[in-house]
Design a protein around this ligand. Structure first.
Ligand code: SAH
Ligand code: SF4
Length: 404
């Protein structure tokens, strides 16, 4: 049994009968310092340990030869470094890598997408999950349709990066290992801002020079709009923000992104402005994500409405062609519609890009992850009832993955 202090309460005396190991993988520098102090050790050990875990990829305390032998033995007794279990992995010939993690019976997915562009300087972007399923039930999202099972622990969140990074280096001696993943987007399964403390601990590790040393512009949190947590995020950690907007007015957004009924657009836009104003120099813009749903949110009028809504907000708009999934009731907007929509946005001086669809499987990485959720919600049950007895989905003809 392992514990993760960012999510799990301290064991009560009655549960302490069995020895339990504390998983140190998800602890950021402050949590590790507290851990070392609590066992009577010097806090500076935290830096040393973080380097062993996250840069050298070493999980066996015995190999950590700059720690005193007595400390190594003590750590082996009470702690562990345990990444999530890889149930399945697929590495494609174009460099894309996908992992399915078994997190206690449920599955979550993580995808690494290398930049195609040679000028992108070896960029490798990892799309990370934050929850098993999602409770927010956006109409066009397969994760939402699966229902919510549980939050991931910090070890399970940062563990996705740990595994991806080490996948390039496990054959190397630990002294030669470097940090390979250059960018992270919290755009996998789940709503990151509803799993806040484990998210923050994981982001701290991504940014820490002792761990992954990533630039704050290269770590992006995507949210459907949990307004109070947007305010809190900008005061806790300095990363890039993406807002999943998808509709330019409350009427449409209440339906497409139901959390809008709790946090309507006026409040969301105020939070976005605050995000820019807090720590202005490093947050030059927020990214606005807008999924293109044929005949639903993609007319010229929607585009003009969007321009008005975004007036005065330093932002870039990223149009995401809808990724269909089994029994989805939407269609992707045609290419010429997306082009026209983008033209209207750009003509107002807003940078507007369209996410490339490198085969359905690649875009499936962000927002359409198909992990299996051992769900507990009525909604997920309804979804299963609805789909029961129907023909299984045809395999995608452009499946770019092969089993490793
Ligand atoms: N919960 C967070 C992050 C995960 S979703 C959020 O909603 O922002 C990551 C992105 O994928 C979001 O912008 C989401 O709206 C988008 N997305 C979800 N389902 C999609 C689909 N079927 N096709 C295209 N994008 C989708
Ligand atoms: Fe959850 Fe994001 Fe999917 Fe909405 S789009 S259901 S918030 S994962």
């Amino acid at each position: 049994m392992t514990t993760d202090p960012t999510t799990e309460p301290a064991a009560s005396p009655s549960t302490q009968a069995k020895p339990s190991l504390t998983n140190l993988l998800g602890m950021d520098i402050d949590l590790l310092k507290t851990f070392f102090s609590s066992i009577g050790e010097k806090p500076f050990r935290a830096q040393q340990l973080i380097k062993w875990i996250h840069q050298f990829g070493v999980t066996d305390f015995e190999q950590m030869d700059n720690l005193p032998k007595t400390l190594r033995a003590k750590l082996s007794e009470i702690a562990c470094i345990e990444p999530p279990k890889v149930a399945h992995k697929e590495f494609s010939s174009d460099g894309t890598r996908k992992w399915v993690f078994d997190v206690g019976g449920s599955m979550v997915e993580t995808v690494l997408i290398p930049a195609e562009d040679s000028k992108a300087d070896g960029r490798k972007t990892l799309c990370i999950s934050s929850q098993v399923g999602c409770a927010l039930d956006c109409q066009f999202c397969s994760t939402g349709k699966q229902g919510f099972a549980r939050d991931l622990t910090a070890s399970e969140i940062i563990g996705q990066l740990w595994v991806a990074n080490q996948s390039y280096m496990q054959h190397l001696p630990h002294t030669e290992r470097t940090r390979t993943v250059t960018n992270v987007v919290m755009m996998g399964m789940g709503e990151p801002l509803l799993n806040f403390e484990p998210l923050v601990a994981s982001l701290n590790l991504m940014l820490s020079d002792h761990a992954y040393g990533m630039s704050k512009r290269r770590v992006t949190v995507s949210t459907s709009g949990i307004v109070p947590k947007i305010y809190e995020l900008s005061r806790r950690v300095d990363v890039a923000l993406a807002l999943s907007l998808h509709a330019p007015n409350d009427e449409l957004r209440d339906w497409l992104v139901p959390i809008n009924k709790k946090y309507p657009l006026s409040e969301l836009m105020a939070a976005a402005h605050d995000y820019i104003d807090t720590n202005e120099r490093s947050k030059k813009h927020v990214t606005i994500e807008y999924v293109m749903l044929g005949g639903v949110n993609d007319t010229n009028q929607h585009a003009h409405e969007l321009v008005r809504l975004l007036e005065g907000l330093p932002c870039k708009v990223n149009l995401i062609p809808f990724n269909p999934f089994e029994f989805a009731e939407f269609e992707r907007s045609p290419a010429d519609r997306i082009e026209q929509f983008a033209k209207i946005i750009s003509s107002d001086g807003i940078v507007c890009t369209t996410r490339k669809t490198r085969g359905d499987d690649i875009d499936a990485a962000c927002g359409q992850l198909a992990g299996q959720v051992a769900d507990r919600t009525r909604r997920a049950q309804n979804w299963k009832d609805k789909t029961r007895g129907k023909a299984p989905q045809k395999p995608r003809s452009n499946d770019i993955f092969h089993r490793s």
